[in-house]
Design a protein around this ligand. Structure first.
Ligand SMILES: Cc1cc2nc3c(=O)[nH]c(=O)nc-3n(C[C@H](O)[C@H](O)[C@H](O)COP(=O)(O)OP(=O)(O)OC[C@H]3O[C@@H](n4cnc5c(N)ncnc54)[C@H](O)[C@@H]3O)c2cc1C
Ligand code: SF4
Length: 464
């Protein structure tokens, strides 16, 4: 029987004024009854527009039907035929622009809560599943190297091991997961979930070599000399950008990546860890994307009394997910909109003491289609802060491009690769994820990793 309620079942969450002082997960997840009730909102459309909106083509109506029938493990099994990271995607995918954005229920009310149901099925499996490894092909004796253990690398490794290849993942950091481990905070994506997905790959035979910077410890060409027959490059786009304004070298200025890495990966929020990080009273975060929201909400949880998001356009243009903005506002983050920093002010000892800004107004649309922010004359003012976090985007680190013979870049400065196959200008080298597209999303990175696994398989079969 279909549930005719127009709104999604609300997600149980920690109280905002409690959660803004701890790093525990904000949303606690549907109960079994809530999940069944929500699953019964699905119309089981024959044309499945929701699945068309998913970059890895999760069989959405099928897994939802299993949840509606109370068959939760079966629901997980349906999802895992196409996605290797459902507990992660269920939490952080921008569903509003993908599957849920196309859901027929969304035409007259709220779409089916596909992401929350995906998370429910994955969490159910983690807590109640048999723990058995997925079936895979016998070893074919051929080796493929994956560079980078973010969602692109993990998805590629998972699909290759399932096809019988020996897979070794090289990761420059001491921990696997890429942005999932060092960027997205614990309160949105608990790290034990990332670890359990990585452990599942290890159980299936994927070998991880950490603290190995390809392009420095060894080159891509040397990987071929070591017997790897193909290499997938999924190195992300983790190089921070700054504004080039005066004062960016002061103590208390961070890139969002560095700030989040110290908190997430180096566990700065745990008293038993000696992670060096400045404890700040008033913090300005520059930018309006998900990264800015994460940095601001982390600063609040680290004890800052006041945290400001400083963004040069208005709330209508802000790029972060609506859910993250809503959570940030609930947690007491201030939004300093139509505001642009022009200088960071410091004390005699070199510590940040203020952020000089100008007010902005919106002019005609620019190349991105968004209205161009224009500075208001003589509108300078100073925001009193003791830390400034730059979250204005990241770029690709060029190490692999510079150390791999004949590897070409694309017009965005990333690695040049075909969208459908991940093939690059070098035979046997494939690339995907943020390293190719620039900063994007987890599910697009996974889709690229999976496409590359398929084309690596086709490429190596031809070379037999
Ligand atoms: C703070 C933050 C929040 C985000 N929130 C969301 C969200 O809510 N939803 C969403 O969908 N997306 C979000 N994103 C974007 C998303 O995380 C990325 O698009 C995605 O992780 C890209 O995956 P990837 O595998 O291409 O790269 P990454 O996740 O960046 O992984 C690349 C890996 O390669 C390693 N590496 C780099 N160079 C080398 C080398 N030379 N040798 C060996 N290893 C190397 C890096 O250490 C890293 O582990 C967020 C990003 C950030 C920074
Ligand atoms: S579009 Fe929405 S209602 Fe239709 S099958 Fe997909 S989830 Fe169900």
């Amino acid at each position: 029987m279909i549930n005719l309620v127009k709104e999604k079942n609300p997600m149980p969450e920690q109280d905002p004024m409690v959660r803004n002082k701890n790093f525990k997960e904000v949303s606690t997840g549907y109960t079994a009854d809530m999940a069944i009730n929500e699953a019964m909102r699905c119309l089981q459309c024959r044309k499945k527009p929701c699945t068309g909106g998913c970059p890895v083509r999760v069989r959405i109506p099928e897994f939802i039907a299993r949840i509606a029938a109370g068959e939760f493990e079966e629901a997980y099994q349906v999802i895992s035929t196409t996605s290797s990271l459902p507990a992660i995607c269920g939490r952080v995918c921008p569903q509003e622009n993908q599957c849920e954005g196309r859901c027929v229920q969304g035409l007259k009310g709220e779409p089916v809560a596909i992401g929350r149901l995906e998370r429910f099925a994955a969490d159910w499996h983690r807590e109640h599943g048999s723990g058995e490894a997925a079936a895979q092909a016998d070893s074919n004796g051929r080796k493929v190297a994956v560079v980078g253990s973010g969602p692109a690398g993990l998805a590629c490794a998972g699909d290759l091991i399932a096809k019988g290849y020996g897979v070794t993942v090289y990761e420059s950091l001491h921990k696997e997961g890429g942005v999932l481990a060092y960027g997205i905070p614990e309160f949105r994506l608990p790290k034990d979930i990332v670890s359990s997905e990585v452990s599942a790959l290890k159980d299936r035979g994927v070998c991880f070599i950490n603290n190995a910077v390809v392009g420095m410890s060894m080159t891509v060409d040397e990987l071929f000399e070591d017997g790897f027959e193909a290499v997938f490059v999924g190195t992300g786009a983790g190089l921070p950008q700054f504004m080039n304004i005066p004062g960016e070298n002061l103590l208390g200025v961070y890139s969002a990546n560095e700030y989040l890495t110290r908190i997430n990966l180096m566990k700065a929020y745990k008293p038993e860890y000696d992670t060096p990080i400045q404890i700040s009273r008033k913090v300005a975060v520059i930018g309006g994307g998900n990264v800015a929201m994460d940095a601001a909400r982390c600063a609040k949880r680290m004890g800052a009394e006041e945290v400001h998001i400083v963004y040069r356009r208005s709330m209508e243009e802000i790029p972060a997910r609506q859910e993250e903005i809503h959570h940030a506002i609930e947690e007491g983050i201030h939004f300093q909109l139509l505001t642009n920093p022009v200088a960071i002010r410091g004390t005699e000892k070199g510590y940040v003491c203020g952020l000089e800004c100008v007010e902005m107004e919106l002019g005609e649309p620019d190349a991105s289609g968004r209205r161009r922010p224009v500075e208001k004359k003589d509108s300078n003012f100073v925001l009193e802060v003791d830390a400034v976090i730059m979250a204005i985007g990241t770029r690709l680190n060029k190490l692999i491009l510079e150390t791999t013979e004949n590897l070409s870049a694309n017009s965005r400065g990333g690695i040049g690769a075909e969208e459908e196959t991940g093939a690059t200008s070098c035979p046997g080298v494939f690339a995907g994820g943020d390293a190719v597209t620039g900063a994007a999303t987890v599910i697009l990175a996974m889709g690229a990793g999976k496409n590359a696994a398929d084309s690596i398989d086709r490429y190596l079969e031809k070379r037999v």
